[in-house]
Design a protein around this ligand. Structure first.
Ligand code: GLY
Length: 456
């Protein structure tokens, strides 16, 4: 099956890797792709958000399946244009992708579907927004309604900063149309987990959960980023909890959309908060996560191409993708300055050595080739994923490989996958010394985990 993959980031690099191993994908073409994707697919210089050029390309290469990676083409309706031209598409329609494109609409859908999420209201004016914010109290959560390149959310303890965030969006229009409408919502305390599912609009098949790291620096400090690493599975979100979340959260949303005539065919991402009150939704995205995908797809024992095709065909019933027992840890290597602006064109060395480490895949995110050399071309440059029999093992391999890669100004977090790795050794010591008291070797408590303040 001739398959066209849209996108050019680390997620799409992992998707290309998984599609290139699929028994149903005969030829893989990427638009626009990147140098890493180029090792697995034919890359074409066509933008993933240019529907006319994509239609021409799809016709020219006789594409049989189009797999859409990023949110921008989904929200812009590229999937609809391709479907209307008779193509099979993995990726929701523009109407369905509003789940990610409009937070206020997503809230309405969740309310209709009976899905628990933070108390929230939508505003287009400053004064009532401040009044509601004061009613909720700190920490304050201010969100742009639309997609703002991961920068639309502010979480802060400081009232003056929250008011500034409201004015920045509504009055100064720093995020353009995406931010003129804002959501003020209550702050949810608990562990954040990403649950991604495949759906054909009727059947929902959850992936194993994944965990990402949004802050730039170790210990969840520093500015928010697109994601500095991830791991899967998530020991503190075991299979029964994830299955229940899929049944009680994702399925009702997909059903509610279907009731409104909106068929969702693709990946649906629920950002969940787990706490004593149960599971609540922080956000929905209309795609696979980045960098969660880089930790998930290496663990997929099934055929990713078959799953994409089944979603596009409305034929997901009966599919039961298996997940490998091994842990996967993904470490993102970023450019100096990220998440602020970063200079491109910096020569990268050592990718081959990193990829040669057993169990490791190096996914390209912000890379380009200049005069025959691999150079940086973005904030997040490479995503190094490693499978291991334990988190400790996967972490060791991922960091060994990441340590082979050098470019001026590069940085990465050193604590990706550390928490589950420490939990593992705690459990090991409990098994080795069953007489140890509960305080010395207790089961890891998920509620004590990372509670990420998404403050900008
Ligand atoms: N890792 C967060 C996202 O993909 O939106």
């Amino acid at each position: 099956m001739r398959t066209l993959l849209l996108g050019s980031g680390g997620r799409e690099s992992a998707m290309a890797w998984a599609l290139s191993r699929s028994k149903v994908v005969s030829d893989l073409i990427a638009a626009p792709g990147n140098p890493g994707i180029g090792q697995l697919a034919s890359c074409t210089d066509v933008s993933a958000t240019d529907p006319e050029a994509l239609l021409e390309l799809a016709g020219h290469i006789k594409a049989e399946l189009v797999v859409i990676g990023p949110e921008a083409p989904l929200i812009a309706g590229v999937g609809d244009d391709l479907r209307q031209a008779g193509l099979k598409v993995f990726g929701p329609s523009a109407r369905a992708a509003r789940l990610e494109g409009s937070k206020s609409w997503a809230k309405e859908v969740m309310a209709r579907a009976g899905v628990p999420s933070a108390r929230a209201r939508t505003f287009a004016e400053v004064e009532p927004a401040i009044a509601f914010m004061d009613e909720l109290g700190p920490p304050y959560v201010v969100k742009a309604d639309g997609v703002a390149a991961g920068k639309g959310v502010v979480v802060t303890e400081h009232r003056d900063k929250a008011i500034d965030a409201i004015e920045e969006r509504v009055v100064r229009r720093a995020f353009g149309e995406a931010g003129t409408k804002i959501i003020i919502e209550s702050y949810l305390v608990g562990q954040e987990v990403s649950l991604i599912a495949f759906t054909d609009g009727r059947v929902v098949i959850p992936c194993d959960p994944a965990q990402d790291y949004k802050r730039a620096l170790d210990g969840d400090r520093g500015p928010n980023t697109g994601g500095m690493g991830s791991y899967s599975p998530v020991p503190s979100c075991p299979g029964d909890l994830a299955a229940a979340a899929a049944t009680e959260i994702i399925e009702p949303v997909v059903r509610s959309l279907a009731d409104d005539g909106i068929v969702y065919a693709g990946a649906i991402y629920a950002g969940l908060i787990l706490n004593d009150e149960g599971t609540q939704v922080l956000e929905f995205n209309a795609r696979l996560g980045d960098p969660e995908t880089q930790a998930l797809l290496p663990r997929l024992a099934g055929d990713f191409g078959e799953l994409c095709l089944a979603c596009a065909d409305g034929d997901l019933a009966g599919m039961e993708p298996a997940w490998r027992e091994e842990a996967c840890v993904d470490v993102v290597i970023a450019s100096a300055g990220y998440p602020g602006p970063s200079a491109g064109g910096v020569v990268i060395e050592g990718v081959g050595d990193a990829a040669a480490v057993p169990g490791v895949e190096v996914f390209h995110a912000g890379t380009a080739v200049d005069d025959g050399e691999l150079v940086t071309s973005g904030g997040r440059v490479l995503s190094v994923s490693a499978l291991g029999p334990s988190f400790e093992g996967a972490r060791a391999l991922a960091y060994e490989a990441a340590g082979c890669i050098h470019f001026e100004g590069s940085y990465m977090r050193s604590d990706i996958g550390l928490q589950p790795s420490e939990d593992e050794s705690l459990l090991r010591s409990r098994r080795a010394h069953p007489a140890l008291g509960a305080t010395e070797a207790a089961e890891p408590d998920p509620q004590q985990r990372r509670t990420v303040m998404r403050e900008s």
